[in-house]
Write a protein of this length. Structure first.
Length: 756
């Protein structure tokens, strides 16, 4: 038996050479069988796995092992950049075999055998995986941006490295697959499959997925989802307590639990066939718990002897799934020991050949190449989409539209508030986008905490407008999966403060999908978020969160802040069109304090209201993403106020007073905080040479910082001042005004600038 090598004085670690030698020695020592099974027969009594299939899966397992060895070889001379391997998890080849190739899979990072089993050929699989390892620009899913198992051809959706974060999406995908009338990317009988590690199963995102899957099952919603827990007993160095995973997974209501020895190919295959059959037949979720081992440590640089005993390491080595499958095949008389080793060497040679081929391939060469798939936008197409929808609404869709509004078209009902305008725009979206779905906490029967989604459920039914369970991670996960399958999700986050506990679903998942799949997969969505401060009746920080920093630096994310009804409708239509035509991830941040505002200058002036435009005006009033709106007051020559949201209303009021006093200003409503309307704001700033930034978010990390930076970058040379809210959380009651930007501060800032 091969001995464990010593590295410095750190103790024994399992090297690729150890593993290789152990395999050869163990296989050479296998006893020859008495009989011989035909390839078409069961490879062993009591299993449905045939010998022929076992031979194919063995090849996938061998490829997986050799891919690990090749990754470490490439690393040894700095040509490989990823060494987290699949050794010990090769049983997952049998899971691939139990599925249909059209079942979308979101895989754990130890899934090279699954990937190889689903691939068209072993050299193809090896090429895809090793291109990832060497960060080749030719890698077919992430194009060198990430090492991940993914392939649009193989229906393998790439995942991020954030453990468990793909599971809420998997729930959403299963939800979408099972929707009646869904005509998405995958066949109607497809099931979603997602694998993850044992330590990852404890993650908040994973527990959200386990909970919501059970919740849907409990409420009778079809959810064809198979979860695979690949339990090697360790999360890097931390052991999973004995029995914890089985106890935890078994106890999940609504989830059917089964378990198998993941190192035993037939046991894994039989259990997977059974679990897949259940999920496909019943359209209900199940979890398959596979016991695996982890060979060669967590990753290439991991000296696991620092936290494991040699005995523990050896016990895992004894369960090497490759040796187990070799034993199975030799016992069945399908291969002799030398043939096994011959096959092992043949696959090893093929993989090494591919490694040598790909290491010279070009890498991503410049910023433009890196960012190309981040969030490609075609504004003309989005504009065209709006025209197309309007044409339909005016023509063949007119009757349906009238029905949706109960015969009372919003353009005929007089001026509307912001909340009413968003409600009407959502109604139009649901009428013209068959894939549009509106969901979130309290959006259905109640119609939203602020009435923004009122009557939508009555108008379109609870298949399209529905209340979810109270979990923002699940809400965004549903959107992620639904978008992937071709729907147009419009989830609602009830308050901005409550986005934060789920924001990885937006930041880590939604915003990265196009980037890590070179645009092969998209998750279009328009996330409506009620937020910002200044609510009179409902105070305190959590209902008045005034920070958007966490959204502004997400590359590619669209962040819209409509402040008044006349902008809200066209901006929402632009977000919906961009999501539908370009797969954009949009956040539509609605200022709560302006939802029901009617007046601008004086009580009763109704100047904040606006008539709703019918489809005939949708094309002309289109607002492209990233374009600001300027309001000239007086001669518009003395001062430029750059603002957005609640700041717009306050600034317009101050500017009106200044105009009465003979000072002309132009008030710029940014409307879009990501991407900032840089050209517009630089131009408007230059027009007066004096800029007052009115920013209701915090001074530190707030929007104003970005505006100032844009002015500097744009070569603005005039005077600039910034009014921003204090670096504080928002207190309850009237004390809120101490920290928030108010009209007095704006007036003072303006006067100081005008005095220059
Ligand atoms: C959210 C998150 N936290 C931490 C990490 C760092 N990390 C990467 S793998 C890992 C352990 C995962 O263990 P397990 O789920 O059992 O999978 P295994 O590697 O054992 O297959 C950790 C902590 C991460 N990737 N994501
Ligand atoms: Mg583990």
């Amino acid at each position: 038996m091969a001995r464990l090598a010593h590295v410095g004085n750190a103790g024994p670690v399992t090297t690729p050479q150890n593993l290789d030698e152990r395999f050869r020695n163990a296989v050479s020592a296998l006893p020859l069988p008495e009989g011989r099974r035909a390839p078409g027969d069961a490879v062993r009594d009591g299993t449905t796995l045939t010998g022929a299939r076992a031979l194919e899966l063995f090849d996938a397992q061998l490829a997986s092992r050799h891919l690990d060895l090749a990754a470490r070889w490439l690393r040894s001379f700095n040509e490989g950049f990823y060494t987290i391997g699949s050794s010990g998890h090769e049983g997952n080849a049998a899971v691939a075999a139990a599925l249909l190739p059209t079942d979308p899979a979101l895989l754990h990072y130890r899934s090279a055998a699954f990937f190889s089993a689903r691939a068209k050929s072993l050299p193809d699989a090896a090429r895809d995986v090793l291109r990832g390892v060497v960060a080749s620009a030719h890698e077919p899913i992430a194009g060198g941006r990430h090492k991940v198992f993914g392939s649009a051809d193989l229906n393998i959706v790439p995942t991020t490295s954030t453990v468990g974060s793909h599971l809420p999406r998997a729930v959403g995908l299963a939800f979408a697959l099972a929707r009646p009338g869904a005509d998405g990317r995958w066949p109607r009988d497809a099931i979603a499959v997602a694998s993850f590690g044992d330590a990852s199963a404890n993650h908040a995102a994973a527990t959200a997925a386990l909970n919501s899957a059970g919740w849907f099952e409990h409420t009778g919603v079809p959810l064809p989802l198979l979860l695979i827990c690949e339990d090697n007993g360790l999360g890097i160095s931390v052991p999973t307590p004995d029995g914890w995973l089985a106890a935890m997974l078994r106890s999940r209501p609504g989830l059917r639990y089964s378990a198998a020895d993941g190192c035993d190919l037939t046991a894994t295959y039989d259990a997977a066939i059974e679990a897949v059959g259940y999920v496909r037949r019943e359209r209900r979720p199940a979890v398959l718990h596979l016991s695996t081992v982890r060979l060669m440590g967590h990753a290439g640089a991991d000296a696991e002897v620092a936290y494991r005993t040699a005995d523990e390491i050896n016990r895992d080595l004894e369960r090497d799934p490759l040796i187990a499958t070799a034993r199975l095949l030799v016992e069945a008389g399908l291969l002799g020991p030398e043939e096994v080793i011959g096959r092992y060497d043949e696959v090893g040679w093929q993989v090494r050949k591919v490694a040598e081929e790909v290491l010279g391939e070009p890498k991503l060469a410049n910023v433009a190449e890196v960012v190309a798939p981040l969030a490609p936008r075609r504004p003309l197409r989005a504009a065209h989409k709006i025209t197309e929808v309007a044409t339909r609404a005016l023509g063949p869709g007119a009757a349906a539209r009238s029905r949706a509004f109960g015969g009372k078209l919003p353009e005929q009902t007089g001026p509307l508030t912001l909340a009413q305008t968003i409600n009407a725009t959502l109604t139009d979206a649901l009428a013209y986008e068959p894939g549009a779905l509106v969901f979130g906490e309290d959006v259905g029967r109640k119609g939203g905490v602020y009435g923004v989604t009122k009557h939508l459920q009555e108008r379109f039914g609870d298949e399209r407008v529905f209340d979810t369970l109270l979990d923002e991670t699940t809400i965004l996960g549903l959107a992620l999966g639904a978008g992937l399958d071709g729907l147009l999700p419009v989830p609602e986050i009830q308050y901005l403060a409550y986005l934060h506990n789920a924001e990885d679903q937006l930041r880590g998942e939604a915003a990265t999908m196009s980037f890590f799949s070179s645009g092969a997969y998209r998750n279009p969505m328009v996330v409506r978020v009620a937020g910002l401060a200044y609510q009179q009746a409902f105070g305190g920080h959590f209902h008045n969160d005034n920070s958007v920093a966490v959204l502004r630096d997400i590359p590619g994310l669209v962040l819209a802040v409509p402040s008044r009804p006349s902008d809200a409708a066209p901006m929402l239509r632009s977000c919906l069109a961009s999501a539908a035509s370009d797969g954009s991830v949009c956040v539509f941040l609605e200022p709560i304090a302006l939802y029901h505002t009617r007046d601008l200058y004086q009580q009763g002036d109704n100047e904040w209201l606006a008539p709703y435009s019918g489809p005939g005006a949708w094309t002309t009033e289109h607002v492209p993403i990233g374009r600001a709106r300027t309001y000239p007051l007086g001669n518009a020559q003395d001062l430029t106020i750059i603002t957005y949201g609640n700041g717009l209303r306050m600034s317009l009021r101050v500017a009106a007073q200044l105009a009465e006093q003979g000072y002309g200003s132009r008030v710029v409503d940014l409307r879009w905080l990501n991407p900032l309307p840089v050209n517009d704001l630089v131009r408007e700033a230059g027009a007066t040479g004096r800029v007052l930034i009115v920013d209701e978010t915090r001074r530190s990390g707030g929007v104003g910082e970005g505006v100032l930076a844009a002015l500097v970058d744009g070569g603005f040379v005039g005077a600039a001042r910034r009014i921003a809210s204090a670096d504080s959380l928002i207190p309850l009651g009237p004390a809120a005004q101490h920290v928030l930007v108010g009209e007095d501060a704006i007036t003072q800032g303006a006067r100081a600038l005008l005095a220059r």
